[in-house]
Design a protein. Structure first.
Length: 489
């Protein structure tokens, strides 16, 4: 497929801007933005996102300015490039992640989401990281390990939050190969060995299920899914390295036309094989937080093999594999037409914000005037971001109070609170925090937790910390009036 004139123009501008620049492996630098372009095209992203992907490093690394980009490609592309540049600048200004505590490492992920108000900024950043990982062998070992570790801690979880399953798996496995190469090789061989031994059995299962589905007149596609190396590593760690507890090393996916067929297939599988108790999960009725939908069941087959089955519709499968990017693909094809008809395409509840985003994007593509603020989506709509005086980002649920903030920082801080400053001014412990507040907790080593604080707490986390502190103290509240001792006779 030939590129549009706008994309061709972006490629020419990027080539000129990056002229003379080389990557660490000696290739011309333009190879990288062109690879990002290809990834974004494979994900089915819209034209503005692809152009921003081509130009994503120009403002930071070349003489090209945001004003130049805005003049050539419009406000939307400039907005996206600016977002990616801000993410890069923020990352470069942070300390080495190796020195971080786990909570601080998560701050970088929160920072990415807070800065990447337009979700497409994050998708460009993920495409950028994917290509960098695919070419990581060009860097020295210390840089390889640092980038790989950051990917496992930040970028793979971000892909998961966007329900981009295929991307999450590739990012995690590519990174794990550099973080722990010996373990990666060991688990890769284990998976290959298991697959070889299970190959004939799984073929028989596919044939049995296929016959049953044809008999019922259900149209279907069936395929195997092998557990990724990093997913297996994490699951083994959870089960004390006991392979006997891993029931989903290989799963069979059955793709059908509609939701009714999903439940019919579930019944057929249970009539053919023995379902394992407690292993049936209905993510169609109750989707995962990231919008993932599917039926899962684990059954013992006739040859005593334990197999997981995943049953979903074609559209659910696209969301499971490509998540947010799939929504762009579907909406790119259908949204403009549906918008003209006044029809909104229904997505799972957790993904409805995507429809709103794409309705706005469709209006932009039609050349209609749109408030760009409508493109700003918060992945944590039920949360607020507040800051420490040092600039660390802390996320809390809406309605949180200063004591919730204090206990989120550390139990020792929460236990010794004597006051709070919000945005540089003294406040009180009953006042709810707002988005963007800078919160400073005042403490004293002489302060002890009080039972009256239970009325000044919103989050279960802070409540449990306070209750524990009160139990451990075993002393009366210092504020309570002391009883006078009777004189001895």
């Amino acid at each position: 497929m030939e590129d549009s004139p706008r994309i061709q123009k972006a490629v020419e501008i990027a080539k000129k801007a990056h002229e003379g620049q080389l990557r660490k492996n000696g290739e011309p630098y333009i190879v990288h933005p062109l690879a990002v372009k290809k990834i974004l095209e494979e994900w089915g992203m819209d034209e503005d996102t692809i152009i921003a992907g081509i130009l994503h490093d120009t403002v930071e690394d070349t003489d090209l300015t945001l004003e130049d980009i805005k003049k050539e490609f419009g406000e939307s592309v400039a907005f996206l490039v600016d977002g990616v540049t801000k993410l890069s600048t923020a990352r470069n200004g942070m300390r080495d992640l190796d020195t971080y505590l786990p909570a601080t490492k998560d701050n970088f992920l929160r920072l990415m989401i807070a800065l990447g108000d337009d979700i497409r900024v994050l998708i460009i950043k993920l495409a950028d990281r994917l290509h960098n990982l695919r070419t990581l062998n060009a860097l020295p070992p210390d840089k390889q390990k640092k980038i790989a570790k950051e990917t496992l801690e930040v970028f793979a979880p971000l892909a998961d939050r966007l329900n981009m399953g295929l991307l999450r798996v590739e990012l995690a496995d590519l990174a794990f190969k550099y973080v722990d190469p010996r373990r990666f090789e060991e688990l890769s061989n284990l998976i290959k060995k298991y697959n070889k031994s299970a190959e004939k059995s799984l073929k028989n299962i596919e044939d049995e299920i296929g016959q049953a589905l044809k008999k019922e007149g259900i149209k279907y596609e069936i395929s195997g899914r092998v557990k990724s190396v990093y997913s297996l590593h994490k699951k083994l760690a959870k089960h004390n390295q006991n392979m006997g507890e891993i029931y989903d090393l290989v799963a069979l996916r059955i793709i059908v036309d509609d939701v009714t067929d999903c439940y019919l297939v579930l019944g057929l599988i249970h009539s053919l094989y023995t379902p394992m108790n407690g292993r049936i999960k209905d993510y169609i009725a109750m989707p995962k937080q990231n919008g993932y939908q599917s039926l899962h069941t684990t059954a013992i087959t006739k040859d005593k093999r334990i197999v997981e089955f995943q049953i979903r519709t074609k559209e659910m499968h696209e969301y499971a594999e490509r998540g947010l990017a799939a929504s762009f693909y579907y909406n790119e094809q259908k949204l403009t037409e549906n918008y003209k008809k006044g029809k909104i395409e229904h997505l799972p509840t957790n993904l409805l914000w995507i429809t709103e985003l794409q309705m706005t994007a469709a209006r932009l593509r039609e050349g209609k005037k749109v408030d760009l603020k409508k493109l700003k989506i918060n992945l944590f709509a039920d949360k607020i971001f507040v800051y420490t005086p040092k600039g660390d980002i802390i996320d809390l649920p809406k309605g949180a109070l200063p004591l919730d903030f204090a206990y989120k920082l550390h139990s020792e801080i929460g236990d010794h609170v004597v006051g709070v400053k919000v945005n540089g001014k003294m406040s009180n412990l009953n006042k709810r925090l707002e988005q963007g507040d800078v919160v400073e907790i005042l403490t004293s080593k002489n302060q002890t937790p009080k039972s009256s604080w239970l009325d000044k707490i919103f989050t279960p986390h802070a409540r449990s910390k306070l209750l524990r502190a009160l139990r451990l103290s075993n002393s009366p509240d210092p504020a309570a009036p002391k009883k006078k001792r009777k004189p001895r006779k």
